[in-house]
Ligand binder design. Structure first.
Ligand code: ADP
Ligand code: MG
Length: 700
């Protein structure tokens, strides 16, 4: 009979209540199942031994053969530490224990060959290994069954309480003995043979005790595929269920507004990418399933016109539309831009902001409810309870990363039925991540800039070159261009950042004196009206320099601005730098981005600057960003299961991810309810999955 994998590890040979408690607290392992799914972090080539004179600091775990020549106890602040001198033919090092002294002294023999295994540190100019795994060389040789030894995740507490890697291996061996190494298969036969995936039991055996590296790769591939497959299956199913449950309304006609705009008022020819994306949106809107689409497009790729034309389709079908932007400045800009584009059409557009006057609000509320208002543009103010639509057909959210999922769903609830939703973002999310995080959204990408744009030239300059940079600014202003100078403003140190900004402003004002030069300044502490006023001066060309914090990061469009200077650029993340750079390069002129840093820079910062200088491609930048920061810091990932990945790595395993997604789609296309006999395994596994949060709690 198969062992019940829900059995508590208390009952496993070699564990017992104390160790079970530690394993639960430190690694979250409660059951046999949790333990079998504790995959090694890496593997040590057991045929490889280090010599003491080849160690260098922070070497990962190493194996060394040598002898103990002496023990001594050394008093320290609290208690004593036991130090053994360990010697090989090239030198000596220390082995250190902070507890269990008596037992260690009694059980370890001097001048007898041992193999020690552990992480090497230096202390007082000498190498040491604390709480090493230690084994007689003779025993070690007998135990050497496989050359690849698993290194399990551990914590300081575990190793200091005697749960060493060697003990973990023993415990794992016991688990295999007790269960006979037989585990429930979780992928169907046809899929496995199709993709040459090894059986589950074989994969688990080889992930823990690989015979050789080829067997290990096969085991890894099978388990990574499985992990990604079920995550994708879940996301795609969610999307399908969503579509079938939530009926939108089919926007069947493309009518007067859209056609008249397209024929007579389009200010430029759409790019192929814009056309393609519009078609995707039209198909969505034309079906009676609710649209839930993410529109990705680099800064300046022309998302706004796509948003407008989508709204026109809604209007043509007798519905209202709204566009929500994350900042007041941006909403004003959208309002002005869209009003201008639509002035020849018979449409009513209004702007609603936090600062809108009561009388204005009342009018907007009324017009919304009686259907006189076609398009409402605004900030978070759109989410207020008082804002009620007569029939909202399409809600567009610009720069989606500033809004949470909660806010998205709040917009939906504004109707008796959920409107179609289009979220637009200029922060390109790497495709691999988008697939995992936004698997429940459909995705459109504008991957082409409007023609005639000159690539922005980006350079990195040190603070010591500031005078040269100022000279360059002067030249550009002489050519009637405008310049942004941006300072970091980061919450925790806001007071100091604010001082930096003001100091910077003063020094710029000295170098660029009135009346020849006019300078705008915009920062978060200003009243919205003052901000808008300063912004307006810059947009109208009355000021040549805009000194600002990152409030201008999102969306602002001043085509005549051709220089973006970013102060303390090392303090910005890649995606933010890229966003800021996107404020220039919007006109026909050559634009520049100058990244200013001090000479002192971290490796990570150097890499960011290099990347910015090398490429303008938002997707490439996003990939580097993902590699530098890991998925955890990238917006939106917190809500997804992606952080719980046990064995796959969405950066390194993006190819497997693509495969997994494709196969999950295929399975669901042929058999959406998973009722087919072939898919019983998938259905069972999926059902288990819905019960538990972490997928590895059910996959075994
Ligand atoms: P973003 O995607 O960053 O929101 P915008 O919609 O603000 O970009 O567009 C950036 C600029 O490019 C605007 O000035 C817009 O008028 C212009 N633009 C957009 N599409 C085209 C096009 N197909 N041809 C020429 N210019 C375009
Ligand atoms: Mg925009």
């Amino acid at each position: 009979m198969a062992t019940n994998l829900q059995t508590s590890i208390n009952y496993l040979k070699g564990v017992g209540p104390n160790r079970a408690d530690l394993l639960r607290k430190e690694l979250g392992i409660r059951t046999y199942q949790d333990l079998i799914n504790l995959f090694p972090n890496r593997y040590l080539d057991r045929t490889k031994y280090y010599k003491i004179n080849t160690l260098y600091q922070n070497t990962a775990e190493v194996q060394i053969i040598g002898k103990i020549t002496a023990f001594k106890e050394i008093a320290q602040k609290r208690g004593k530490r036991l130090v053994a001198t360990f010697q090989d033919e090239t030198g000596t090092m220390d082995l250190v224990w902070f507890r269990g002294h008596k037992w260690i002294r009694e059980s370890l023999k001097s001048n007898t060959p041992y193999v020690v295994f552990g992480k090497v540190n230096t202390f007082g100019g000498k190498y040491n290994m604390a709480h090493p795994d230690i084994e007689l060389l003779t025993e070690h040789e007998q135990n050497l069954r496989s050359t690849l030894q698993p290194i399990y995740p551990s914590t300081e507490k575990l190793s200091s309480r005697g749960i060493t890697n060697r003990m973990m291996i023993k415990i794992m061996q016991n688990l295999f003995l007790e269960t006979g190494g037989k585990f429930v298969e979780t992928l169907p036969e046809n899929l496995r043979s199709n993709l040459k995936l090894i059986p589950k039991s074989e994969a688990l055996l080889n992930i823990h005790f690989p015979k050789e590296s080829d067997a290990l790769s096969k085991a890894e591939f099978r388990l990574k595929f499985e992990e990604l497959f079920y995550i994708q299956l879940q996301l795609i199913l969610k999307n399908l269920i969503h579509k079938s449950k939530i009926k939108g309304f089919a926007f069947e006609t493309v009518g007067e507004h859209f056609n008249s705009f397209f024929k007579n008022h389009l200010p430029f020819e759409l790019t192929d990418a814009q056309k393609r994306v519009l078609k995707e949106i039209r198909v969505d809107l034309g079906s009676n399933a609710q649209m839930n689409r993410l529109l990705q497009g680099d800064v300046g790729s022309g998302k706004t016109i796509v948003a407008l034309m989508s709204m026109l389709i809604a209007l043509d079908n007798g519905f209202q539309a709204c566009l929500m932007a994350p900042t007041a400045i941006l909403s004003v800009q959208h309002f002005n831009g869209l009003s201008e584009l639509c002035k020849k059409l018979k449409i009513s557009i209004k702007l609603l902001q936090g600062s809108s006057k009561a009388s204005e609000r009342r009018e907007i509320h009324e017009m919304l409810e009686n259907g006189e208002l076609d398009i409402l543009i605004g900030t978070h103010a759109l989410l207020e309870d008082k804002v009620k639509f007569k029939n909202l057909g399409l809600a567009i959210i610009d720069e989606q990363h500033r809004f949470g999922v909660k806010q998205r769903s709040k917009l939906w609830k504004k109707n008796s039925f959920p409107p179609n939703v289009l979220v637009m973002t200029a922060t390109p999310i790497p495709r691999t991540l988008a697939m995992s995080v936004y698997g429940d959204l459909d995705i459109s990408v504008i991957d082409e800039l409007p023609p005639g744009r000159k690539a922005i030239k980006t350079v990195h300059r040190y603070d010591s070159n500031r005078l040269k940079v100022f000279r360059f600014i002067r030249e550009e202003i002489k050519k009637k261009r405008q310049v942004y100078i941006v300072y970091p403003l980061i919450q925790e140190s806001a007071q100091m950042d604010y001082k930096d900004l003001m100091d910077g402003y003063e020094s710029i004002a000295r170098d660029f004196p009135a009346p020849e030069y006019q300078i705008s300044i915009v920062h978060g502490k200003m009243k919205p009206a003052d901000k808008a006023f300063e912004m307006e001066r810059f947009i109208k060309g009355q000021t040549q320099i805009m000194v600002a914090t990152t409030v201008i990061e999102v969306g602002v469009n001043v085509p005549n601005a051709s220089v973006m200077i970013i102060e303390s650029a090392e303090r910005f993340g890649l995606s933010q730098l890229h966003q800021l750079r996107g404020r220039v390069g919007r006109g026909a002129e050559q634009s520049y981005c100058i990244l200013m840093t001090s000479h002192k820079q971290s490796e990570n910062s150097k890499k960011r600057m290099e990347t910015m200088v090398r490429t303008n491609d938002g997707f490439e930048i996003a990939e580097v960003d993902l590699k530098l920061r890991g998925p955890g810091d990238i917006m939106g990932t917190q809500q997804s299961g992606i952080l719980n990945l046990r064995i796959a790595d969405i950066v390194k395993d993006s190819d497997i991810l693509k495969h997994a997604r494709q196969h999950a789609k295929q399975v669901l296309k042929k058999d959406p309810s998973l009722g087919h006999l072939d898919n019983t395994v998938i259905l069972d596994t999926y059902r288990q999955m819905s019960k538990y949060k972490n997928i590895w709690n059910y996959i075994s």
